[in-house]
Design a protein around this ligand. Sequence first.
Ligand code: PMP
Length: 452
Amino acid sequence: MTPHVEPDPQAGAAVKAADRAHVFHSWSAQGLIDPLAVAGAEGSYFWDYDGNRYLDFTSGLVYTNIGYQHPKVVAAIQEQAGKLATFAPAFAVDVRSEAARLIAERTPGDLDKIFFTNGGAEAVENAVRMARLHTGRHKVLSAFRSYHGATSTAINLTGDPRRWASDTGSAGVVRFWAPFLYRSPFYATTEAEESARALQHLEDTIAFEGPATIAAMILETVPGTAGIMTPPPGYLAGVRAICDKYGIVMVLDEVMAGFGRTGKWFAAEHFDVVPDLMTFAKGVNSGYVPLGGVAISAEIAATFDKRPYPGGLTYSGHPLACAAAVATIQVMEDEKVVEHAAHLGENVIGPALRELAERHPSVGEVRGLGVFWALDLVKNKETREPLVPYNAAGEANAPMAAFGAAAKKNGLWPFINMNRTHVVPACNASEAEVKEGLAALDAALSVADEHT
Ligand code: PMP
């Protein structure tokens, strides 16, 4: 994939200058950032105005599941724009019904009604609202080491440092520890032990909070941003049983793990669990037009059969976003993207990362599935001390910054969060592309090794 534009550093400088003058960036100290000016993207690659090309091992923010500029999705958006560019949510619109049908057919169990949002955080907000109204209870259980979005409730449910600055005291939010054997909150040494202790801890938490006060429990099926921590066998089934026992609504957040990322349409399929509500966004249409939603069980949908659901969004089920979803799902079926993601995980990425872990002193653990992998970088494999301290910034973060710079120098755009790098290419990246990225990662890890 070669850039389609001639290098034009002057144009790049102008784009950057306008950005610096007027764009206020997410999660950033505005005066300290230096965003790359992007000139174009296609498939698994993007390029800047200087002619540098990068292989995207981040899929944007883990959402371009079928890569950039897929011609069929671009055409579907263009066609829809010509036909009916927008229409308000209270009306039945062909492309909206079709998107809902295609999504409902792929979600597990009886999650057959779809409430559309513009992204993941709004999906989480609405799932919580549905659960509260359905149960008449108010508290929500959420896990440490989680990310659920940056709106008011979603950020309060989030169990990572990003919530610290905007934490309002988390009214009604009760946090618990989900399983994570490598850094076990339960001092467990086996997966079976970790799973059993995590379930006991969850049930104890519910007992002490008061089961009759808890509306919902929200969990990422495979926690993504916080480190791609595949739950141990039996854990999610155990959570399902606990939720059933206490009448708690089980919400699985599949905003990142859904739509092929784990090598199945939804990660819940790996564990044979059906939640009561499931949030999605990102991969539903590869993010070409903002779209998210909540897939709703028959029982919860029935709550709002005669009683109005008190929530909505101007752009809910936007026709352009739905057209992109219909086309994306079609592409994923036609091109067997979900099967390909499973193949990449089992036969290419998994084996290669495990081999890197053996050779590089900085790689403490490798974990994941499908095209959803994390490398936990450490100073010391024995003690598992992270390569940089929790929530490190500036000088303290220098080892990860050096690793990132080395990757970029080798043409790889890496995902970096705290002491981890995630390997999350497009679900339809070719084997050759993935191998090219893994070779660049290998070289960059040698720089991380210098800090062990
Ligand atoms: N839930 C999960 C699991 C996510 O990964 C994210 C985004 N990274 C969100 C919710 C929030 O989605 P959005 O940024 O679209 O609001």
